[in-house]
Ligand binder design. Structure first.
Ligand code: ADP
Length: 456
């Protein structure tokens, strides 16, 4: 079924068609003027009546193309209709130019090189496959006509010395068409190439504007998520606080069954808070503009220890040992918040996807122009074919979905974005049943980096 094209797409196509129509009017005037001049000067004996008829047909066709354009403005055509319209234009142009050239000496006529313009124009709208199909048809037409003339199957209309005309044999008669052909070839090529370039530049600018608009919308959306999740976090954190008060007995003695229910409610509330925190980090990272613009000097050892402390309770619940190994004076160009996002998520995952009793380590070392940060665990590991998917938004491995019900699939995309905003990159190595290592490469500090990291 033919689908309707978008009106913006139609505007773009009608712009190109409008341009073709203008070019065709210029060609029409050029051909009519040249034929008139040649006839007046009596340089060549040509089938003028036929040639003027073909030229009038060109004018009529261009009128109908203009009318189609006007109609299209009222009722936007389907994709198929638009494609058919473009093919019709190119085919008509090929056919008419072919006839004009054929009746004016064919290969003798320097204007037969003008087919190249049609190829250029078709390349502007159609795919390479279609362009090559047109070139193939043209080659077949030219070769066929050439052979047919050679074999005497069709007559040859001579341009030069037809009927032995003295004017045609003169220097002017010999060289005027060549000079005119060459000059118009140069002028038209220059015009076409510069206007194609201008059109491409305009298109590029329009795409830039659209991209800017899209980026702004995306930023508005992220800010909205950020605001909503912040609003949600407050009451949910309060509910979690009340659960903890009840569990500590601050609300008086509760029967064991009630405490069990509160413990379960607290577990779910805590999961909800983790999800909200991930969404806040996600929206925050999305609302940040370009990547690689964060500057600041952050001592790494302190930051690692701070983050491991925050996850000690989670690790202790699974009897997992947390270990840090980082040279004392190693610094990175980062903010505390971004490092918290990176380490918090990676260590949280390392604990979450490990069986009880393992070990999770964070190692950092400087090497040349890079700082290497490694988070390793002895957990379940990741299937090799899933390794490149885990950084996609909302992706959770099959095993993770079975093992751990809770998770958003947002943690690693957030980490990746945070690493990129520090102009770094990351990779992962994993062996099923043995564990995983997330490797982060951050650029080493430059002399120009500020002393104090900025805060969110
Ligand atoms: P989730 O909220 O599911 O933890 P993440 O984006 O943090 O989302 O991680 C995406 C997926 O990558 C997880 O669902 C899990 O399958 C896998 N994954 C992440 N870290 C580890 C790890 N340390 N060990 C094993 N699998 C992991």
């Amino acid at each position: 079924m033919a689908s309707k094209i978008e009106s913006s797409e139609y505007t773009e196509l009608s712009r190109v068609t409008g341009w073709f129509v203008v070019l065709r009017w210029i060609a029409f005037a050029g051909v009519a003027g040249t034929l008139g001049a040649v006839r007046l000067l009596g340089l060549f004996e040509l089938p003028f009546a036929l040639l003027f008829a073909i030229t009038s047909l060109l004018g009529l066709l261009n009128l109908s193309f203009t009318a189609w354009l006007r109609l299209g403005r009222r009722a936007v055509p389907s994709r198929r209709q638009t494609a058919a319209f473009f093919h019709a234009q190119i085919v008509c142009d090929f056919a008419l130019l072919f006839l004009l050239v054929y009746f004016t000496g064919f290969l003798e006529n320097p204007f037969c090189t003008f087919f190249v313009f049609h190829i250029l124009m078709s390349a502007f709208i159609f795919s390479s496959r279609v362009v090559y199909a047109y070139v193939g048809a043209l080659v077949a037409m030219v070769t066929g006509a050439f052979l047919a003339e050679y074999l005497g199957l069709i007559p040859h209309f001579q341009l030069w010395s037809r009927g032995g005309s003295a004017a045609a044999a003169s220097y002017l008669g010999q060289n005027l068409p060549r000079a005119a052909g060459l000059v118009s070839l140069l002028l038209i090529s220059a015009y076409l190439i510069t206007s194609i370039k201008r059109r491409l530049e305009e298109k590029g600018q329009r795409i830039e504007v659209e991209l800017d608009r899209y980026r702004n919308l995306d930023k508005i959306k992220s800010n909205f998520i950020l605001q909503v999740t912040h609003e949600l976090r407050g009451p949910i954190a309060a509910v979690s606080g009340y659960h903890q008060m009840l569990l500590r007995g601050l609300g008086g003695e509760s029967p064991p069954k009630s405490l069990d229910i509160v413990r379960k409610a607290e577990h779910r509330t805590d999961n909800l808070l983790t999800i909200i925190d991930e969404m806040i980090d996600y929206a925050y990272m999305k609302s940040q503009g370009e990547v690689g613009r964060v500057r600041g000097r952050l001592p790494l050892r302190g930051a690692i220890e701070e983050n491991l402390e925050l996850l000690e309770t989670q690790a202790a619940a699974k009897r997992i040992t947390l270990a840090a190994n980082c040279p004392k004076d190693l610094c990175v160009s980062a903010t505390r918040d971004l490092l918290k996002i990176i380490l918090g998520n990676l260590v949280h995952n390392a604990i979450k996807y490990s069986p009880p009793g393992g070990r999770v380590s964070v190692t950092a070392q400087g090497e040349g122009r890079e700082v290497h940060l490694l988070v390793s665990d002895q957990g379940y590991g990741i299937e090799p074919e899933e390794l490149d998917k885990i950084f996609e938004e909302f992706y959770r491995t099959r095993a993770a979905r079975q093992l751990e019900r809770d998770g958003t699939g947002l943690g690693l995309p957030i980490v990746k974005r945070a690493v990129e905003s520090l102009a770094g990159r990351m990779s992962v190595y994993s062996e099923l049943g043995k564990g995983s290592t997330f490797h982060i490469f951050l650029p080493a500090l430059e002399a120009t980096d500020e002393q104090d990291p900025d805060h969110r």
